[in-house]
Design a protein around this ligand. Structure first.
Ligand SMILES: CC(C)(COP(=O)(O)OP(=O)(O)OC[C@H]1O[C@@H](n2cnc3c(N)ncnc32)[C@H](O)[C@@H]1OP(=O)(O)O)[C@@H](O)C(=O)NCCC(=O)NCCS
Length: 181
């Protein structure tokens, strides 16, 4: 994985996935000021923290511990969202996907299309076997993203992730490259 550069991937005519750069700091700070992103993705950043997290995300690729792509508008390369691998284990071929889309870019399919595009690349080119995705049972929009991106539900994990308002049950979804008997 680290032997090659983190790829730029086409999503559709409107969006592409690319590594983060320092040019994205204002977009990142603005996005994480959104209450829903803070609530569901469990973070907020000022400019210094955004700069640090971009270094961290890009280092994950080199360390083979994860990865993060900006969902960028092809018209002006502006970062309107993020697709990340929260957890990745190359030896077992498993990774966990996370995402957000900035408020003004929601509702046009950016998250499910970007998730589908990265999933095709992860299962095909990178050779992972199983991709997982979890969301709070109180986040139905994220459930729709998972279903539309080809991640069928597998079940509910009780009290599995601590949010600002307490522990949430989590819906678990997964997509595999093929079913082994
Ligand atoms: C969830 C999120 C990533 C969706 O991104 P998006 O690019 O707007 O996704 P879509 O354009 O496919 O629209 C969301 C889907 O959820 C549906 N949806 C939105 N709000 C909903 C709600 N309250 N209840 C049920 N469905 C809802 C929409 O109708 C749409 O589904 P449809 O195409 O079947 O109509 C985005 O809203 C977001 O970043 N939210 C805040 C952070 C977050 O939730 N991150 C995920 C953490 S697991």
């Amino acid at each position: 994985m680290s032997a090659r550069p983190q790829p730029v991937l086409r999503v559709d005519d409107r969006f592409a996935l690319r590594p983060w750069t320092v040019e994205d700091i204002p977009a990142l700070v603005a996005a994480y000021a959104d209450r829903d992103i803070q609530h569901w993705n469990l973070s907020s950043f000022d400019e210094a923290e955004a700069a640090e997290v971009i270094v961290k995300w890009n280092n994950q690729w080199m360390l083979e511990t994860g990865a993060s792509w900006a969902i960028a508008r092809t018209s002006d390369d502006f970062a309107i969202g993020r697709i990340g691998l929260r957890v990745m284990n190359l030896a077992s071929g498993v990774a966990e996907i996370s995402y957000w889309v900035a408020p003004r870019a929601r509702g046009v399919g950016a998250a499910p299309l970007a998730t589908a595009a990265i999933s095709t690349w992860l299962l095909g080119d990178l050779g992972l076997h199983r991709l997982e995705l979890g969301h709070s049972v109180h986040n139905p929009a994220s459930c729709r993203v998972a279903i539309k991106a080809g991640y069928p539900p597998e079940g509910t994990m009780k009290s599995a992730l601590l949010h600002l308002d307490g522990w949430h049950d989590m819906h678990w979804h997964a997509r595999v490259d093929h079913v082994v008997a």
